[in-house]
Every structure is written in structure tokens, then in C-alpha cells.
Design a protein around this ligand. Structure first.
Ligand SMILES: NC(=O)C1=CN([C@@H]2O[C@H](COP(=O)(O)OP(=O)(O)OC[C@H]3O[C@@H](n4cnc5c(N)ncnc54)[C@H](O)[C@@H]3O)[C@@H](O)[C@H]2O)C=CC1
Ligand SMILES: O=C(CO)COP(=O)(O)O
Length: 329
């Protein structure tokens, strides 16, 4: 497995291209924006989405057909745009090509996870999921990182880990794609809640309570959808929840913090060219949880405030008024 296609050249696609290149692979990047493709291929890094990080020149274009012939493709397109890009990519994907889904979220229009979107648009691909605690800037600087790499077939998992892993980028194989996807999608919504706690100065105890009770929400949903609880205890669940809820380096956490400090969601998003996946995923997550009969009160509070059904104060009051119950329920 030598030629790795990278679908999407935001911060994470760029960082993954860099680490795959450092692992000895030939990378070919697809960028939506021609100027991003030009900067990457001319060795000027990615000033639009990953500013301040020097990178070697990497082949990049805005032509999806340049990904034809890839031995594997890492998909790093924001979730709400993935269906359209996959549809356009499909004619260039050979049967049996592994597509590793690296985006984190749930599609609003269908309540689908990315594996379902992939199956509907590129059915000839073999799905895999890469998810875990990994800030793009850390990976692009070569700092040590570990992630979950989920796919059904262990032999393929081994091949993919050998292809993109290196001492400072350490994939761990799992056979639980659903668990890996749910972990990545839900942690972004919970990070918004943790950011609100920080912005409103509700204290580190509340922060820890959100992480632990949020972890219970994430695990319940994953199990209801057919995932394994154990997967959520790993890098793609608890690991990523802890990272994303710990640092305003996270777009979701910093978004929540700004909300908690009194800014409007519209104003915060208007200042960014980067994606804050938890904002788009929150309503889809709550609709999915309702469909599955899963209780997710913290995520629901985030959705209620982002949809302007409640103020932050009302959502917090509601959460604090819930009946006392046993911890494992
Ligand atoms: N940045 C990070 O540290 C990490 C990000 N991720 C996930 O990777 C995914 C991509 O995020 P980033 O690389 O951070 O993006 P980013 O926020 O750096 O850049 C935004 C991306 O959205 C793309 N985009 C905007 N409009 C589009 C459209 N209409 N069609 C297709 N693409 C469009 C841009 O081309 C750009 O690649 C997200 O799901 C995110 O949750 C996962 C792990 C780490
Ligand atoms: O997924 C991430 C780290 O694992 C990045 O989180 P943000 O999208 O919140 O920055």
C-alpha cells in the first residue's frame, strides 16, 4: 500500500498527508480550493487552514480524478459536505479500495454516520474509520499521537496501520466502526458543553461531571447503534473526549467557551473559516438519540441552546433539576 489519497485539505487532511508522507508513503491531496492545492504543492504549507506550520511540498490538486489509483483514501471532508464530494469521487474509486473516514459527525439531512453515507455513495469502497485524540497541529508538528483505526478485517487493519503509522503516529486497530464513529461525533457536542462550563466559570468539578456523564451518554448511543461499550473506553471515545474537553485548541471547546462568555453562535462562527462540527451534529445527534430511545440530556441541552429553544441559564437549570438516579442508568 504505497499511494495514499487524501480527500480534503483542511487542517486535519493536511496533517494526515504530512504524517503519511513521513511514514514513507506517496501522498496525493485533493483540496477544494485551488489556492490551497497550490500552496501545498509548492511547499508553502496550508496558510488558510493550518497557519504557522512549515511543511514539505506535497502533491495536491483540486481535481478528484487525481485520486484514481490510490491504494487507500483518507476522507477528511467536513461531514455535512461529504455526501456531495463522495458522489463526485465515486467514479474514480476502484472496487475494494479502502476509504478511511477521518471526519467526526452525523449528517443532518439523514441522521447517518459517515460509514452509511459512504456505503450509499461509493458502495465499491471498503470502509474504515480513523478517530481519536489528535489535534491537527500536533500531528503536523510530529508530536506523539495515538488513534483508533477501525475496520472489519484485521488483516486490512494491519496493512493500513503499517501504511500510515509511525513511531509518533500510533494507530490501534479495532473492529468496531460504529463505536469509533459515535465517539468522534458525540465528543464534539460534549466539548461545546465543557466550553460553556469554562466560559460561565462553573468550575472544574462541573467540567469533570460533564466529561463523565457525557461519556455515559456517548456509550449508551454507541451500544444502541450496535457498537461495543469497550470501544468507547479507548482512544476514539474517552481519549478524544478528554482531549477535546481540555483545551481551547479545540474549535468545539473554544466555541462553547465563547458562548458561555455571552457571544452569539452566529458571531463566533462568522469569525472562523474552520469547521466546528459539533454545531451541525448536535441537532442530528438528538434526533438520532430520540429515534433510538437513548437519553442524552447534556447533548440535548447543547442542542436546545444552539436552536434557541432555551437560554444557557434555562438549559443549565433543567440539567440541575433532573431527578437523582443510579449512576449506571
Ligand atoms: N483539525 C483537527 O484537529 C481535527 C479535525 N478532525 C475532523 O476532520 C474534519 C475536517 O476538519 P478540518 O480538517 O479541521 O477542517 P478545517 O476546519 O481546517 O477546514 C475546513 C475544511 O472544510 C472544507 N470545505 C468547506 N466547504 C466545503 C464544501 N462545500 N465542500 C467540501 N469541503 C468544504 C474546506 O475545503 C476545508 O478543507 C472534521 O470532521 C473534523 O472534525 C478530526 C481530527 C482532528
Ligand atoms: O477532533 C479533534 C481532536 O481529536 C479536533 O477537535 P476540534 O474539531 O474541536 O478542534
Amino acid at each position: 500500500m504505497q499511494k495514499i489519497g487524501i480527500l480534503g485539505a483542511g487542517a486535519w487532511g493536511t496533517a494526515l498527508a504530512f504524517t503519511a508522507r513521513e511514514a514513507g508513503r506517496d501522498v496525493q491531496i485533493w483540496a477544494l480550493e485551488q489556492d490551497v492545492a497550490d500552496a501545498l504543492s509548492q511547499g508553502r504549507g496550508n496558510p488558510a487552514f493550518l497557519p504557522g506550520i512549515d511543511l514539505p511540498a506535497m502533491p495536491a490538486s483540486s481535481d478528484l480524478s487525481d485520486l484514481a489509483g490510490s491504494d487507500a483514501i483518507l476522507s477528511v471532508v467536513p461531514v455535512q459536505h461529504a455526501r456531495r464530494v463522495f458522489t463526485d469521487l465515486s467514479p474514480h474509486v476502484a472496487a475494494g479500495t479502502p476509504i478511511v473516514l477521518c471526519s467526526k459527525g452525523i449528517e443532518q439531512s439523514s441522521l447517518s454516520l459517515m460509514t452509511d453515507v459512504l456505503h450509499e455513495t461509493i458502495p465499491q469502497a471498503v470502509p474504515a474509520v480513523l478517530s481519536g485524540p489528535s489535534f491537527a497541529a500536533d500531528v503536523a508538528r510530529g508530536l506523539p499521537t495515538a488513534v483508533t483505526l477501525a475496520c472489519a478485517d484485521q488483516a486490512l487493519g494491519d496493512t493500513l496501520m503499517q501504511a500510515i503509522g509511525r513511531p509518533t503516529f500510533r494507530p490501534y486497530w479495532s473492529n468496531d466502526l460504529i463505536g469509533a464513529e459515535v465517539g468522534g461525533a458525540v465528543k464534539n457536542v460534549l466539548a461545546i458543553a465543557c466550553g460553556v462550563v469554562e466560559g460561565m466559570k462553573l468550575g472544574k468539578s462541573a467540567h469533570a461531571a460533564i466529561i463523565a456523564r457525557g461519556f455515559a451518554e456517548m456509550t449508551r448511543l454507541a451500544v444502541a447503534l450496535g457498537g461495543q461499550a469497550q470501544t468507547l473506553s479507548g482512544l476514539c471515545g474517552l481519549g478524544d473526549l478528554v482531549l477535546t474537553c481540555s483545551s481551547v485548541q479545540s474549535r468545539n471547546m473554544s466555541f462553547g467557551k465563547a458562548l458561555g462568555e455571552g457571544q452569539s453562535a452566529e458571531a463566533i462562527l462568522a469569525e472562523r473559516n474552520s469547521v466546528t462540527e459539533g454545531v451541525a451534529t448536535a441537532p442530528a445527534l438528538i434526533a438520532l438519540a430520540e429515534r433510538e430511545g437513548v437519553s442524552m440530556p447534556i447533548c440535548e441541552a447543547v442542542d436546545d441552546t444552539l436552536s434557541n429553544r432555551m437560554s444557557l441559564d434555562e438549559a443549565i437549570r433543567d440539567l440541575l433539576s433532573r431527578p437523582f438516579t443510579q449512576e449506571t442508568s
